[in-house]
Design a protein around this ligand. Sequence first.
Ligand code: FNR
Length: 342
Amino acid sequence: MSRSERKWDHIRFALENRQNRSTVFDDIKFIHQSLPNIHVSDVRLNDSIGELYLSSPIFINAMTGGGGEKTYRINEQLAIAAKHTGVAMAVGSQMSAIKDKQERYTYDIVRKENPKGIVIANLGSEATIENAKLAIDMIGANALQIHLNVIQELTMPEGDRDFTGSLKRIEEISNAVDIPIIVKEVGFGMSKDTVSSLISAGVSIVDIGGFGGTNFAEIENKRREHSLPFFNDWGIPTPISIIEAVSTGNGVPIIGSGGFSSSLDIAKGLAIGASAIGLAGFFLKILVDEGLEALVKAIENLHMELRMIMTALGARTISDLKKVPLIISGDTYHWLNQRGID
Ligand code: FNR
């Protein structure tokens, strides 16, 4: 199967197999405040994460590119939506365009459509320093995501089998490029141990890419004859992974992603310590099923609703939101308890 056929398979299966919202977010509850002492217009959604200035904590996470005309159109429309709503946008893995120059137009449209926006490059952890520089230059990137996707590769029939040396390559890239490096998972979450290792390697931002949204084990299992079903339920749920990552406590910004599809869950993700929230499958589905206008409206609605929730909680800024009191119950409580995380 060609790389571009595989990219289209991923999009098709991701759309067909959208999971129901993960109930793990229900373990987190805000405590109502009757005297928030705030005007809705006081709420500010902008924040800086490390060296990256974001006008919204919501961004479009890495999805596609390199699959010819179809992925070109998707990236073009995602970029238009990002520009209209002021959100940052990551492109999908650029390795195909590094190997084949003819694929590059499917990525550089993202910068062409949104010359002043925050645009994030993307590569896997097999990337070299040279690959990283090419990917960054290709779209004039403001940051580079390096994705970790061991379970996806293992489940993919044609996937990688050698996972040695990733941390070393990430460290080398972090030292060699002068924009923020965001290391991300793709839906299996990260433990605090992984996050600590990444921070020691000089990574400036971590996106925990947790379990509970797009499920690449299920997607790849549908594409193979002998499936590996035990990977379908493998991973650390997004809210738990955010708290694990934040508990490493050294101030490196943590991004939450994996299964976000509502303003309330986004507010919860921020309140438990994430500095920004990435959405992939939810935005893709709206774009493909309902079109560009619907996607712009959906992002605007998320912004409006987030303002309402922050008002109710008396939080003027994203930093304030991180300090609001909340209750953690159920499996999330037990998990954190056993891991010795407050
Ligand atoms: C992805 N994702 C992804 N991630 C990455 O780092 N590089 C990539 O090339 C891709 N490709 C890709 C294609 C498609 C069709 C989807 C839906 C997703 C993973 C994505 O960025 C995110 O980590 C996961 O999808 C989990 O988030 P959601 O979808 O639950 O919001």
